[in-house]
Design a protein around this ligand. Sequence first.
Ligand SMILES: [Zn+2]
Length: 121
Amino acid sequence: MDIKYTIDKVKDSIQKGGNNLVDKSQNLLEISKSSAKVSSLEREVEDLYEKIGRRLYKDYKNNEKVSDYYVKHCKQIEKLKKDIIYLKKGISKNKNKKLCKNCGEELDSDAMYCSNCGSKQ
Ligand SMILES: [Zn+2]
């Protein structure tokens, strides 16, 4: 075999190998860029789902027509919210605090007015 030919072959394959490495790392970069984009778009979708849910609950609270399927879940949310308030009240009492009657802000137990909304207690 011609030595020149062999050297050219080796050079060629090194170059190709090198290019492959560059291609591969560009591919990896593309993949990680795309994956990050997918995650951010998926988060956006989740945010919109949540927005729809909040809007639906608001409609329910405003006595607007909401289909039965959602009423069940809205009632569950109401119940959970009551439980949360009940527990928060208990926690506040233990800390010698109370919750504002109007906005739910935690206040000292002897506070006359809310520091958040100004309501008389
Ligand atoms: Zn308040």
